[in-house]
Design a protein. Sequence first.
Lengths: 308, 349
Amino acid sequence: MFRLLLSHFEIKKLSWLALVILLAACASYQTPSTQNLREITDDAGRRVSLPARVDRVISLAPNLTEIVFAVGGGNRLVGRTSYCDYPPEAKAVAEIGDTLHPSLERIIALRPQVVLISTASQLEVFTQQLQNQNIAVFVTDPHDLDGVFRSIEQIGDILGQKEQAALVVQKLRDRTNAVEQAVKQQQPVRVFYQLSAEPLYTAGHDAFVTDLIRRAGAISVTADVPGAWPKYSNESALAAKPEAIILPTGGSMGTGNSTVTEALRKSPAALANRVYKINDDHLVRPGPRAVDGLEEMASALHPDAFKK
Amino acid sequence: MSSTASNIVTSPARQNRVTLRKTVVSCLALAIALLLSIVLMSLIGSEQLPARASLCALASFGTASCGLTRDQFDILFQIRLPRILLAAAVGGSLATAGAAYQALLRNPLAEPYLLGISNGAAVGTMIALVFFGASEWTRPFLAFTGALLATLAVYRLARGRAGATPERLILAGVIVTTFLSSVIVFVTTLMDATRIRSFTFWLLGDLSGTSKALLPVAITIAIVGTLALTLNARSLNLLMLGERDAFDLGVEVGRVRVVVFVVASLLVGSSVAASGSVGYVGLVVPHLARLSLGSDNRISIPAAALGGALFVIVADTVARTIIAPRELPVGAITALIGAPLFIYLLKRA
């Protein structure tokens, strides 16, 4: 079929052309490795090649922006999402869209060496396109507080701020230990985490806040539900008889989630008035302020343990 | 065509008597099935309730606890039963609206969801939520307005010089649906981040957020709407012969059209305000009603109402139990059943 359309000579010419293109592609692919590269394994299990010194980094999630600033790399952050509002200095950095719809053009125009993203599932194609531009993509996907600490250490490593990252993690670990010590003798409280009321969403097995609740001297009644943020049955929520309800609200997500869902109005938690509003930025962002969230939850759930 | 018309006209008395009896018998049977399904589905849920005690409590209309614990009683009467009743109201409303659109537009594929009318109501509901979040009453009102505007838009778009063909109507529906979908995307950008997730779920049709305030409204509108359309069923029968023939036979075509558009928009609006866009109910149920009971609207409209209630109750029971304690949106279940049937009907048409 092919032969009918092209003469033998043309086929030969085309083969040569193909070979040249292939070689050129290989050559261009080789270029980055001539630089001084190092490899770090990310949370998706990918081995990410990075330049020895990273001067330009973009964060695609608010918790990652917070980590970059915490490890002292804020001055090297060249792009952030519209949700990245903390620390206040972050707002001076260029916006590249929101976490789910970042502008690829703007990211490339900002010439980052690394783009930090927050879940493995986020944007397969997008990752490929960035890699084609020699921009490394680093995935973080923590499911518990230790995972958050690991993210901080990894990002510290990427930015060449290993020591400061270790210091930050040490401080956070000390505060975490202090909380865990304080609540050790307390009877664990059965907690329902209400992410949203209508429809009812909660934190499941894979959410890092489930680990945070456990460390705060409590048990999430939905700790074994598969997934990170499952839509939950109203009647199962009531049947679980939670002793306390946590409402993440009042932070950057607004005050929409500040009342208990109708199904839980007669739960032991609501009747005993044990409904606690905690700043959602401290509970839904797996970053340094997660430990603030831990402290806030623990002192709300076990006020006696924190009396001075 | 004209021979069927003369049949209806020449022997109205006998026809009416037969129809009346058939209507009463079939509707009574469906009503009993509906009542049974309400009771039986109340026994199924993500939480196990003692069946005998629950039946006893249901039989007492919630006046006796029959040994149910406080929590079990609340699960049954505060959570499960209101949700089942809402499912009935939504299913009845959507199926009735579908049956009426199909008769009026003489198109077997006319359905609130496929014509974009549900999307119109969804836009109305979302606008109510974004701008008048606090007041629940604005939701069904703006949903009704949205549904009515979408209906008029589809109707105008579908009427070409050659009149409205089935294909034209569906195309108009597709255009209105996609246009309104982009409006919905635009409105979601005005919402705060936590709400967006809730809305994607709600848009697929979800009955879990049963609102105490809207439940009586939805039930009332379902009943009144079905009665109003059934009273116009004779005119709709004649309209199925064509607007000109119907006019010649004394049908006030314009008035019937206004009644159907307004009542059906009310039905769609109240169900979308309460539960989002539950798709395909208005397609599946009226077709089954006509297949089993014949195409006389005096039977098929009330039968569709009862059958629709039954259908959504069962679909929602699947949605809330199949991956318990997690839940699926009921719209996913109705679409799973409805879409294949739609393809089948399209091939037959």
